[in-house]
Each structure stands twice: as C-alpha cells, then as structure tokens.
Design a protein around this ligand. Structure first.
Ligand code: ADP
Ligand code: MG
Length: 692
C-alpha cells in the first residue's frame, strides 16, 4: 500500500533527516533536493530499503508525497522538490546490466563521455480547445510527445482543433549524458560500453565530460525502431535520480599499514632510482635515460596556485621521437597500464573527440549539441599516452596548447561553451614524417609538430635506430629471451615436463624488480604524502644553470639556448626526483640528476645541427639560428638581385656559394621558402612575396 510507504518515509525523515528537511524548506526553491543515504535507510528498516530497490517508482513517489504532507514549522511549498537516494549498496558497470535490472533502482559507475546542453523539457503541455475554450493539460511523462485526442470537457468532446499554450505548459531543465566504463575497469583492448542517462531539474548541468560519477536511477528501456518498423530489441537508458562524484585516482589506491612499511623500507634503498627505473617496461632493453624520465613522470611535480590566481602545472610532459620499430609504442602501452587512470590512444584516434574534446551534433540529444570528451580529458589526474602524435587532427593541434599548459580544454562551438579539465601528464610518441629521422635537421618540422607545441614538453627524447653491433646483439638477446619465456609458459599447459623453475629462470630478464602492484602503491604514496620544496642550494643551482645557458645567447650573434619554460621544467623534475625518494627537500642529488637528464635531451633536440651549439630556437621556432641567418641571406639576395623581374635560382645559388654557403644548403633553403609560400616562381624566375 502506498499510504504505508508514505507513513514509513515520514517517520524515517522525521527521525533522521529533520534538520536537512528544514534546511531544504528554508532555501527552497534555490535548492530542491533532499538527499537521503541508503545505508541510513537500510539500518532503519532493511525490508523497506529492499522494497525501494525493487519498486523504486512507487516508493519514490511515496517519498515525494511524504515530503509534501509533513507539517513543517515554516510555511513552505515543496511541490517541486525531490528525494534523492545516495550511497546505494552496489555500483554496476554498464556491461553488467541485464533485463532483470529493468525498473530497479541501481547505481551505475563510470565516466561521463558526452553531455548535451541543458534544455527545457516539457512535462505537461497546456492546450485550449478552439471550439469550447476549455483549457487542459496533457501529461508528457513518456518518451514520445503526446498530442490531445479529444477535448476532455464532457460538454464538448470534440477532436479539436486545439491551440498549444506555451506559457501555461510546465517545463523542467533536462540533460542527457552518456556514461562509459572507466578506463581502469577495462581489460586491455576492450571497448568501453556506454549507457545513456537522463537527468532532470537541479541535477542537470552539474556534470561534465571526463567526470567520474555514480548515477543512481531507474533502468528503463525503449523499443528500437528500424527502417522496416519496430524491432523486438529494446535499448536501455537510465532515468537518473541522483549523481555522486567519485574521485578514484592515485590518492584512492588502498595502502595498508603493511604496504606502508614496505614502501618506506623501499625508499631507504640507496639504489631506489635504479630499482624503479628497471621496473619500468623490463621487457624493453636499454633506454635507461628514458625510463628514468618515465619514473619521474609517474610521480611528477605538483600543481601550484599562485596568490595572483595563476596556476603552474606539476605534471611532466614527455615526448619520444624516433625511427619506427624501436619500442616507442611498447613503452607507451606499459606506462598507460602502470599508471592509474592511464589511457593509451593514438593521435589518429577513431573517436570524433580525438585527444581533446569537441562539440558534435549527436543523436544522443535528438540533434542537440553535445560535448564529447577526448583522451586528455578522460585521463584527468592520470597519464595520457598518445601514440603517433604527428597524425592528430588540426583541431586537436590547436586545443593541445591550452590542454598541456593550463590543463583545461575549452570548447566553444555553435553556442556550446564548456571548460573541461585535463590535469594529466602527457606521454607522446611521434614518428618522423619521412619514415626515418634525419640527424642533421631540426626536430620540429620532421615530426610535424609546431615548435610552440614542442616547447611545452618538459623532456624530448630523440631515439634513433643506428646499427651498433654490441647494442643490437643485446637487444636481440633480450627479445629472444623474453619470447622464450613466453613460449615456455604457454607450453606448460600442454607439456608436463616444463617446470615452474625453468619458467622462472627464463623470466628473470623480464621480471620487474618491483612488482607493478607495489610500484603503483609506492607512486600513489609519494603523490599523496610528499610535497618537496627546493632548498636554497637547489634554487641557486637551477638558477645558475639556467643563467649559464641563457648567457650563451647574450651576444646577439649566438643563439638563445633555452627559454623560461625549461626552468619550470627543471623545478618540476627536481620535485619529482625528491618525491621518488619520498624526501621533502629537493637537494643537490636531485638537481644534478635532472640537469643531467635535461642536458642530454637538449643536446639531441635543442642543438643546431650545423654548429653543435645549444639553441632554443631549434625547438621554439623549428629552425636553428644558422638556418635562420642563412634564410635571411638568401631572401636578401633574391630581393637584391631580383628587383622587379625576379632572378634565376642558379644565379642565387652561385652568389650564395661565393659568399661561402654550400650550394646544396642554398637550394634546400630556397625549396623551403617556396613551400612556406615566402617566394614564388614566375616565368622561371624567383620572386619574393611582398612583405616577407
Ligand atoms: P615503434 O612504436 O617505435 O615503431 P614498437 O613499440 O611497435 O615500435 O616496437 C616494435 C617491436 O620491436 C616491439 O615488439 C618491441 O618489443 C621490439 N623492440 C624494439 N626495440 C626493443 C628493445 N630495445 N628491447 C626490446 N624489444 C624491442
Ligand atoms: Mg609505434
């Protein structure tokens, strides 16, 4: 009986939620929800709590009636308020939903993938009969809009015509969101399953793509329609009634007291760096420097808020550039698996949202604009491993600047505006455009990334695949050993002669020194508990190193080696280095380590290939100073020699040669200028485009 249920609710609310109810009545209609915790109800009356899960429509309606019927000490009309149940005992993932769950109150756990704008939805349509003038309401609680059939006025009874009365109809704010399973709940390679959720009134517009949520509501279905008519298959959606945020991240990893002991013990190990480094992708041979940087990326620095409101990111962004087939993708996959909230994706991603986010016109919102989250949003507070970064779309390219530095992504398209969070560390890999890497050319143009984007990476590693017998034989040995170990463990199922001992022995090469499970806890502990500060000494060291690099460029003929971005990178890396030892001071040991790492990167990337000097312009504008100077000379020559008519390429090249420039270099610069649209050819003669 519904009146029983109403009575139960009244009793329950009066005894446990009286203050909350008064608060609601006072602030109504600004706030319209009374949140009740399921465990409270379960303790109060377990049978009734079960009943709520089984028959939520009826029981929740009773709750609403109870709310309206209760005598309050203050005058309040709560007719537009809602009872919302939070803390359901079990949270389902979308793939676990079955037809048994239809009509039940369940909690769905996942990540918001897309969300439509909030728009009014009609709940009760007002009509006026044109014949008798009677006005009446047509309830719109179904999924389809219902038109009036005949005039409800008994004296009239005619079938219209009717006039729709917009201002007498009742609307609520409504939004549709699509939830998908969180990346950490997926086993490798599984496609996440999604579920559409409808949210109404005050809970609409509260959640954004990328948010991790639990949504409680009733699972409902509607019939699919095909071109030939109605289908026997039904689709599911959730009639969402309460939204709870979840924050599963590094901080949420369970660390038991025993774990903590183990972690602290590990941090005392003098070779802790080596141990962690060797535990990253052990099946991949070499790359000590890269792995060391990856270890630092795992813990990263921490974001800082400055008094003026600015925010400095703590996440360390790393770019791996290099020839194909040298295990870049493997490293990325490993890191995505190792890090909580790690996501592995390709720049040429298959979803329309790509790496950042987009607004799309979507069937989800009946053709409304919908915001869809891309990889960097979904990896919020984790690591986004983006392979084949060079192949990303133009939209991503421009959105990435903001995403990497401010760690937000703004979508403004067709009137939809939103700012999503992307507080993740980016680990990217890029292949050279021409298939192989050319050591004698600056990096940026070769990998199709703009210098502005490149400069946002804290560390850029250039990995080239040069034949080297000793190294090759080591890699070969390593690959053969790991494959052999894999073969043995596969065969064990069929061949009883293979012992566990043999397998263990073969596995030695690829076994991480610290088990991934423990390493993850170690990292979580560091990120949660350790916030190091720079010592006086460390500050001095970073400053003098930075000034030293800058000084190389003081004399205007020399290139400027680094920008302030590298100084921030040093600080972040320094913090990460101290964190990795669970130390709260950045000391000499840390500064030397990160300067060594940064230097080795700069030497490969920031060096002018012609002079061997450090040069920030190589990163910052994709051209070294010598190339820039030479380009200027060539342009000057064309201007001077060409006059109004233009000049032949040969003439420019031979003049340049007379001035001491190699002909091949001059030719290359001319080609580049033509590609860049700075010069053009008219009747076989080179001419400068005006203003360039
Ligand atoms: P990339 O993404 O750089 O093109 P992949 O990650 O796809 O290369 O690597 C190709 C294959 O070569 C992988 O199976 C990888 O395990 C193997 N490989 C390449 N270099 C190494 C190495 N140093 N140690 C172990 N395996 C390697
Ligand atoms: Mg690859």
């Amino acid at each position: 009986m519904i009146s029983d249920a109403v009575g139960k609710w009244e009793e329950f609310i009066r005894s446990r939620y009286w203050d909350d109810l008064l608060e609601l009545a006072e602030s109504y209609p600004a706030s319209r929800s009374l949140c009740l915790s399921f465990p409270d109800l379960d303790r109060y009356d377990p049978e009734f709590a079960d009943e709520l899960l089984e028959n939520p429509d009826r029981i929740l309606e009773a709750a609403h009636i109870a709310l309206l019927e209760m005598d309050l000490p203050l005058e309040a009309d709560l007719s537009g308020s809602h009872v919302r149940i939070v803390g359901l005992p079990r949270h389902y993932k979308t793939r676990e939903l079955r037809s048994d769950h239809l009509g039940k109150l369940i909690g769905i756990e996942g990540q918001v993938r897309t969300a439509t704008e909030v728009r009014p939805k009609i709940v009760s349509a007002a009509y006026e009969c044109q014949r008798c003038g009677h006005t009446f309401l047509v309830d719109q609680s179904g999924t389809k809009y219902s038109e009036p059939y005949e005039c409800p006025n008994d004296a009239c009874d005619r079938r219209g015509p009717f006039r729709f009365l917009l201002d007498r109809s009742r609307f609520v704010d409504a939004q549709k969101v699509r939830i998908q399973e969180s990346p950490e709940d997926l086993r490798g390679g599984e496609q996440p399953q999604t579920l559409d959720v409808e949210l109404e009134d005050d809970i609409a517009g509260k959640i954004f793509p990328g948010d991790r949520v639990v949504i409680n509501g009733m699972l409902r279905s509607y019939q699919r329609t095909t071109q030939t008519g109605k289908s026997t298959y039904f689709d599911l959606f959730l009639d969402g009634r309460a939204v709870e945020m979840t924050e599963q991240e590094f901080e949420e990893i369970d660390i038991s007291p025993e774990d903590e002991k183990l972690i602290l013990q590990l941090s005392q190990d003098p070779d802790i760096y080596g141990k962690i480094t060797r535990s990253i992708a052990p099946s991949i041979y070499g790359y000590q420097d890269v792995k060391e940087a990856l270890a630092l990326q795992l813990v990263s620095g921490f974001p800082k808020r400055l008094p003026d409101g600015a925010r400095i990111r703590g996440d360390i962004h790393i770019l791996l550039v290099g020839d194909p087939g040298i295990a870049k993708s493997q490293l990325l996959r490993y890191m995505a698996k190792l890090s909580p909230r790690g996501i592995y994706t390709s720049g040429k991603s298959s979803t329309s949202a790509g790496l950042t986010a987009t607004a799309v016109k979507d069937e989800l919102g009946d053709g409304r604009w919908t915001i869809e989250a891309g990889a960097l949003v979904l990896a919020d507070k984790g690591i986004a491993a983006v392979d084949e970064m060079d192949k990303m779309t133009t939209e991503d390219r421009s959105a990435l600047h903001e995403a990497m530095e401010q760690q937000t992504i703004s979508v403004a398209k067709a009137g939809v505006m939103a700012t999503l969070k992307s507080r993740c560390a980016l680990l990217a890999a890029a292949n050279p455009k021409m298939g192989r890497f050319d050591k004698y050319e600056p990096v940026a143009p070769q990998i199709n990334l703009t210098p502005a984007l490149m400069s946002r990476f804290d560390l850029i590693f250039v990995l080239t695949d040069d034949p080297d017998t000793a190294r090759d034989s080591n890699i070969a040995g390593h690959i053969l050993q790991s494959n052999y170990a894999g073969e043995l463990s596969t065969q064990k199922a069929f061949n009883p002669d293979i012992t566990q001992e043999q397998i263990d022995q073969a596995m030695v090469v690829i076994k991480p020194e610290i088990e991934p499970e423990l390493l993850r806890k170690y990292v979580a502990y560091a990120r949660k508990k350790v916030f190091p500060t720079l010592t006086e000494e460390a500050m001095e060291r970073f400053k003098s190193y930075y000034i030293g690099l800058r000084n190389q460029g003081q004399d205007s003929n020399k290139p400027v080696p680094v920008t302030a971005r590298q100084l921030e990178a040093l600080i972040r890396l320094g913090e990460a280095s101290a964190r990795l030892r669970l130390k709260d001071r950045v000391t000499h040991e840390d500064t030397e380590r990160v300067i060594r790492i940064l230097e080795s990167c700069l030497k490969k990337v920031g060096v002018d290939p012609e002079t061997g000097q450090l040069d920030a312009d190589v990163i910052a504008i994709g051209m070294s100073k010598t190339t820039r100077d030479k380009t200027k000379i060539i342009k000057e020559l064309i201007r001077e020699m060409g006059g109004k008519e233009g000049v032949s390429e040969e003439a420019v090249i031979s003049r340049a040669e007379a001035d001491g420039m190699e002909p091949s270099r001059a030719e290359e610069i001319i080609t580049r200028l033509r590609q860049g649209g700075e010069i053009y050819i008219n009747r076989g003669l080179l001419r400068l485009v005006r203003d360039s």
